[in-house]
Design a binder for this molecule. Structure first.
Ligand SMILES: Cc1ncc(COP(=O)(O)O)c(C=O)c1O
Length: 420
């Protein structure tokens, strides 16, 4: 594909950072004599060893040159051994139909998404985004002032017909098609939907028909409660129009700040150019640690871990769903959570939850996110709240939902008394 019609003016101005190019040669060629980069001498660093013990008892001690590598700059594209191993995993999970794809590590999925918006969006460009959507995504998009189309969801995820309506309307009006669709297909934040297999195929076909790119932001890919893992859009990508974002945040550690972008190698190259002059690379220590874990564990143990993570959240989801039913029946409607960490609840007896959440819930010791956070225009009234089951224990959830229900009832009663 020729990506030039999709890229932004600002991204076209980004130039190669020659020092980082030399650095990449250094990191990929261990024997080469380094007189190029301003690499600090790791001998001056105060760390003698870093010892790690995983929960299964596996241990590793980073010392000597391995420790030096972990503490040093690395290539903008990422720590090479991790890149190589993650390519193998992507092949195993997604079998991308083309062979010209590549991967780059980023400082979490959020960093990758914001770099993609910078790469593709000029002011006024039409883009389509699953709505409601994760606040961090919306925040990153806002700065680019696109013509924003929200694509609504039902319990099966994004509705393909909405995409078609927008594209057809623009076609009729003689306007260019949206450049991209941003989609969070599995365990969507905040709705907990998992896009059905049928819709995945439909949406990819629409991308081909109307020629737009798809950003597949999939940090909850492994936190799906359906029978089997979904077919990723990357797996369907015969054209090179899908950019897939994975993240270690929900499966290994969120504080490590590592994600992986997988896309056609030309797109990966452009992201690397941006990294060259921004973050330089995702944290080496984190990447080295992740790589070591993957090597020590091997695919079987890693898969077992991923399944354990999924089972953990599924059990939490079950607990919260039962408690939502117990406390909020008659006051609210909610999406069944098929994946991820959230239940998306519509408080049907109140017109706008903002004041209730920010003032009354908080004052009574309960924190939830008001639905406003997940819409492009947060100033509009909204009836939703996002409940997270990832962290609190069952007793806390029970107590919090009891408080929420009581406050909703009180507020709704006031509404009736005031006649509005
Ligand atoms: C849908 C979605 N995308 C991206 C992110 C950012 O994740 P990361 O920690 O990988 O930057 C989150 C975090 O909650 C998320 O929910």
């Amino acid at each position: 594909m020729d990506y030039s019609k999709f890229t932004s003016k600002v991204s076209e101005k980004r130039t190669e950072n020659l020092i980082r190019t030399m650095a990449a040669i250094f990191f990929e060629n261990p024997g080469i004599i380094p007189l190029a980069g301003g690499l600090p001498n790791t001998g001056t660093f105060p760390f003698k060893e870093i010892k790690v013990t995983f929960k299964d008892g596996t241990q590793h001690q980073f010392v000597g040159s391995e420790l030096g590598t972990a503490l040093q700059y690395t290539s903008s594209k990422g720590y090479d051994p991790l890149i190589k191993i993650w390519r193998e995993y992507q092949q195993r999970w997604h079998s991308p139909p083309r062979d010209d794809w590549d991967v780059v590590t980023t400082t979490g999925g959020q960093d990758a998404a914001s770099k993609l918006f910078d790469l593709f969006i000029d002011e006024g460009d039409a883009i389509m985004v699953q709505i409601p959507t994760y606040t961090g995504t919306l925040g990153a998009i806002h700065a680019f002032s696109p013509e924003f189309y929200g694509i609504t969801q039902d319990t099966d995820g994004v509705i393909p017909e909405k995409i078609e309506e927008i594209c057809e309307a623009r076609k009729k009006a003689g306007l260019p098609q949206p450049k991209l669709l941003f989609i969070n297909p599995t365990g969507s934040n905040p709705t907990g939907t998992v896009l059905t297999e049928e819709r995945r195929v439909k949406i990819y076909a629409l991308a081909q028909k109307y020629d737009f790119l798809i950003i597949e932001d999939d940090p909850y890919y492994f936190v799906s409660f359906l029978e089997k893992r979904s077919t990723s859009l990357l797996s369907l990508d015969t054209d090179g129009r899908v950019i897939r974002l994975d993240s270690f945040s929900k499966i290994l550690s969120s504080g490590m700040r590592v994600g992986v972008l997988t896309a056609h190698k030309d797109i990966v190259r452009k992201i690397v150019t941006h990294i060259d002059s921004s973050t330089l690379h995702a944290p080496t220590l984190s990447q080295v640690l992740i790589h070591k874990l993957l090597v020590l564990w091997g695919p079987e143990k890693f898969e077992n871990h991923l399944n354990d993570v999924r089972d953990f959240y599924r059990a939490k989801r079950d607990v919260m769903t039962a408690l939502v039913e117990k406390h909020l029946t008659g006051l609210a409607e909610w999406f069944p959570a098929h994946g991820g960490m959230f239940i998306w609840v519509k408080i049907t007896v109140i017109d706008d939850v903002y004041d209730l959440v920010l003032n009354e819930f908080v004052a009574n010791g309960v924190l939830v996110v008001p639905g406003h956070a997940f819409f492009y225009d947060p100033s509009k009234p909204d009836q939703h709240i996002r409940l997270s089951y990832s962290y609190a224990v069952p007793d806390e959830i029970d107590k919090a939902l009891g408080i929420i229900a009581k406050l909703i009832r009180e507020k709704a009663a006031k509404k009736v008394t005031n006649g509005n």
